[in-house]
Ligand binder design. Structure first.
Ligand code: ADP
Ligand code: MG
Ligand code: MG
Length: 872
């Protein structure tokens, strides 16, 4: 018989895959002898089984749950549903990778109309008993039955108002009894049946709800954003309740062993007296700093600090802990390696190395590569900030600066962002439903919530600026307006946020790029010493290239020459070239372009100071360059001595039904070899001149795009070689140059051994290769891919994350075939995937020479390459 349920005593931290992160750590802490309320974990395999059986929990699993439950009853000396001393539990989800706020917890499960009376008598605290029961009804209805929270919140508000009180802690036992009657009425009204009184039924419904929540929409979005596979499943933890809401010697809180924003050593956290767990996170009351606990309950504080230190030493990493104090007795409810900003991650990793806790290799593995993005995020321009008008201040929840137009809903923020607007999302408080709007926003401002609120945690994870808990705001979300510091803002008005100071400014303040700290250099230095892959950048301009070099780029993997033609000075020449009726005419137009191209290449070579530069020849279909405006057409007609109609006709004739698969790439050079001739001359003259002028050791790399057949490459290559040799002779140079190709058509991957006979290097153009392998266009796929995620056909966007099983197979095959023909062939990747950590790891595994990515992702690629080398 398979084992589906483990008591906390049976597990340990290494069983994360089976027990989920929360369950594995609860087990580990239990075994360390820490004060943990007892309980058991239903495994992630049980979740997978639930889905495999068409969303059914098997009898075997049910039995094991009930066996574990009776063992728990014995340990606690309490009975489930008992009228005298009822056992109450929490039901908590916990996947392998932590997914904060993605799945909901149910507290106080086991209460019913009779047990609550027993509970009241037993604790001698009826107010507390009824408060627990009303919380349970509320959570069970919301999480398990999906009855909107607002129904219950409204009742609570009404009753509070009726009694003239502000906080729910001020409600009496009798008030709460009234709340319960009304809550149950809502339940009956919405569900058509009474609130379930059988605790075992409550438990099984709750377990199922946790399993179901694995597949809710926000969980799917979160998984896609964080590369978490859909088939892992979540575990369920059933744990005896401890109560932070028993009065003023009770409370609950969250704390980190180091500051999650800056990384500074020292306990950092918040707690609330007389409250249950979710109150802190939900931001309903504003919590107190943890240091206040020292005054309120000094013994508990001492014990807490002691255990926190132990946990950090044990896990050798910054811990994020949840605790509850029940009538002066401290319990730990969770620990995990804490989420942190990139800045904090660097600080903590360097400190831990200096404290002798971890090695540099471990330090490199500790930094989430994608998070480096945050370090490159903006701050305010100091000059612009001087005249900035501060309209309010709240908690600095996630660093960075943001300026944008105010939107009040996630959906509207998303839509505005898609239109290209900069957006600041302003909410009363955020919830996981807001995830897409938060993602679209430059900055997030919330009225409620502390530093550990949903908005704060999620924003830090995304590296998005966030200011939270701004109680001074009066907001009307329906009317889409808020007021702060005497100013009124409607949808579409600009504000600016500083997530590092918590300041809120009027208007649109200019932001500027971030600068990088010493820790960054240290970690990157370690990373560079471990990685095998080289990292290049995709850059067409000297500015981008210089930026990339600053971030550590070791060369240019892709310079797209067509971008140089869209300049207003040059486009008329390109158009003349396209409209030419004879080779002579075309050559004349092209010759006029040489100085421009050559100038561009010289500037690039100068910035790159001898680092390799791969220049790709003209790639897009020619119709992308032809004029559409009447004025431009008329101009061109005059230059070409044609009528406007004739020009229009030629332009129309270039129309293709499927330009992505049309007359582009090397096909242009096959039809018009003079284009390749012009580009070769520009490259060679530029390289030779810069080499002579500056003494850099330049070896030009010319890359022919969209090749699918060896003879096609051979034809273009001969044109290039002939011109290159001619230039060498003219300039009396013995410069070495390489000619290679992109592998971006499946046929080229299949015949890579033949193509390698002509190509001195391959660069995998995984954007086109993905497009052509899947047979869908990257410009249109966005329209339907969402349905594919929802229906669980695809888990992630194959244009963002390399499809290793399909496209990856082509890459691997081509790499092997290429090496068979030419053992020293240089292999690189220049698609968007070059800056995606999981794709970089793949490139490491198949033994590519380098990855090439956009300048801002160069540090990510360097780190990801080191991580791949260390862990493989
Ligand atoms: P999340 O993963 O969203 O943090 P948790 O399962 O950790 O969800 O629980 C949410 C809140 O409920 C936490 O603050 C936690 O401390 C509290 N909680 C969970 N289980 C118990 C329990 N057995 N007794 C008291 N509080 C609990
Ligand atoms: Mg938790
Ligand atoms: Mg391409």
């Amino acid at each position: 018989m398979a084992k589906w349920v483990y008591s906390f005593e049976e597990g340990n931290a290494d069983m994360r895959n089976l027990l989920g992160g929360k369950g594995a750590n609860l087990a580990e802490m239990t075994n360390l002898g820490l004060p943990i309320p007892q309980g058991f974990t239903v495994t992630t395999e049980a979740c997978t089984d639930y889905y495999a059986k068409g969303k059914q929990i098997s009898e075997e699993i049910k039995e094991q749950i009930f066996t574990a439950l009776s063992q728990l009853e014995e340990k606690q000396g309490k009975k489930f549903g008992d009228t005298e001393s009822p056992l109450l539990v929490s039901v908590r989800s916990g996947a392998r990778a932590s997914m904060p706020g993605m799945m909901d917890t149910i507290l106080n499960l086991g209460l019913n109309d009779v047990a609550v009376e027993g509970f009241a008598a037993k604790t001698g605290n009826p107010r507390f008993a009824y408060d627990s029961y009303r919380r349970f009804i509320q959570m069970f209805s919301d999480v398990v039955m999906e009855i909107p929270k607002s129904f219950f919140e409204r009742i609570l508000d009404e009753i509070k108002e009726g009694k003239g009180v502000k906080f729910d802690t001020e409600l009496t036992a009798d008030d709460l009894k009234e709340v319960i009657v009304r809550f149950k009425a809502v339940y009956k009204d919405k569900m058509g049946v009474d609130f379930p009184q059988d605790p075992k039924e409550q438990l099984m419904e709750a377990v199922k709800a946790v399993f179901r929540s694995w597949d809710n929409e926000r969980a799917i979005v979160y998984r896609r954003m964080n590369d978490i596979p859909g088939d892992w499943g979540t575990a369920v933890n059933v744990q005896a309740m401890v109560f932070g809401n028993m009065g003023n010697t009770s409370g609950t809180g969250v704390a980190f062993t180091r500051n999650p924003s800056t990384g500074a050593k020292g306990i950092y956290g918040e707690y609330l007296i007389n409250a249950q767990g979710e109150d802190v996170v939900a931001g309903i009351r504003t919590p107190q700093p943890i240091t206040r606990l020292e005054e309120d309950l000094p013994e508990c504080y001492k014990q807490f600090i002691n255990i926190a230190g132990k946990l950090e030493d044990h896990y050798r990493d910054m811990q994020d802990m949840e605790f509850t104090i029940e009538d002066g007795k401290l319990f730990f409810l969770q620990t995990r390696n804490g989420k942190r900003t990139a800045q904090a991650a660097l600080q903590i990793a360097c400190d831990l190395v200096d404290e002798g806790m971890i090695t540099p290799q471990e330090a490199v593995l500790r930094i989430e590569a994608k998070s480096l993005d945050q370090l490159l995020h903006p701050t305010f321009d100091p000059e612009a900030l001087k005249s900035g008008l501060v309209i309010g201040q709240a908690l600095p929840a996630s660093p960075g600066a943001a300026a944008g137009k105010v939107y009040f809903t996630s959906q509207e923020a998303k839509t505005a962002h898609e239109k290209g607007e900069r957006v600041v999302l302003v909410r009363l408080e955020t919830s996981p439903e807001d995830i897409e709007g938060m993602h679209a926003a430059e900055g997030i401002l919330t009225v409620r919530g502390g530093m550990t609120s949903h908005a704060a945690v999620v924003a830090r994870g995304m590296g998005t600026c966030c200011v939270s808990g701004c109680g001074d705001i009066s907001i009307n979300e329906e009317e889409k307006v808020f007021e702060l510091g005497g100013h009124v803002y409607h949808e579409g008005d600009y504000i600016s946020l500083d997530g590092s100071t918590g300041k809120i400014y009027d208007g649109d303040i200019k932001t500027q790029e971030a600068s990088i700290s010493g820790n960054f250099g240290r970690i990157m230095g370690w990373a560079d010493s471990f990685r095998k892959l080289k990292v290049r950048t995709n850059a067409d301009t000297p500015e981008d290239a210089a930026n990339a070099v600053k971030y550590g780029a070791e060369g240019i993997g892709l310079c797209r020459t067509e971008h140089m033609f869209f300049n207003p000075d040059r486009i008329p020449k390109i158009r003349q070239m396209i409209l030419s009726r004879t080779v002579q005419e075309r050559e004349k137009a092209l010759n006029e372009l040489i100085p421009y191209q050559k100038g561009d290449f010289k500037a690039l070579y100068e910035v790159m100071e001898g680092r390799p530069v791969t220049i790709r020849f003209l790639d897009p279909p020619l119709h992308e360059f032809v004029p559409t405006e009447k004025d431009d057409i008329d101009d061109l007609a005059v230059k070409m001595m044609m009528t406007a109609e004739e020009v229009q006709e030629v332009c129309d004739s270039l129309h293709e039904f499927n330009p992505m698969m049309g007359h582009r790439g090397c096909r242009l050079a096959v039809t018009y070899p003079e284009i390749a001739r012009m580009q070769t001359r520009a490259v060679m003259e530029a390289a030779i001149e810069v080499k002579q002028e500056k003494g850099f050791d330049i070896v030009p790399e010319i890359m022919i795009p969209l090749v699918g057949e060896k003879k096609e490459l051979k034809y273009v290559k001969e044109v290039v070689v002939e011109t290159a040799e001619k230039v060498k002779q003219e300039m009396n140079s013995d410069i070495i140059y390489h000619i290679g190709t992109m592998i971006e058509i499946p046929r080229a991957a299949l015949l890579a051994d033949e193509i390698a006979e002509e190509a001195e290097f391959f660069s995998f153009g995984t954007n086109d290769l993905t497009q052509m392998t899947f047979g869908f266009s990257r410009d249109d796929a966005g329209k339907f891919l969402n349905e594919y995620y929802k229906k669980k056909i695809y888990e992630s966007d194959p244009f963002a994350r390399l499809d290793q099983s399909g496209v990856g197979q082509l890459v691997q095959m081509a790499a092997e075939k290429g090496r068979k023909t030419r053992p020293d062939i240089k292999l690189g990747i220049c698609g968007e995937h070059g800056g995606d950590p999981s794709s970089v790891e793949f490139c490491h595994k198949v033994g590519l020479t380098y990855v090439s990515c956009s300048p801002f992702r160069v540090p990510i690629a360097r780190l990801a390459a080191a991580q791949a080398a260390i862990s493989n």
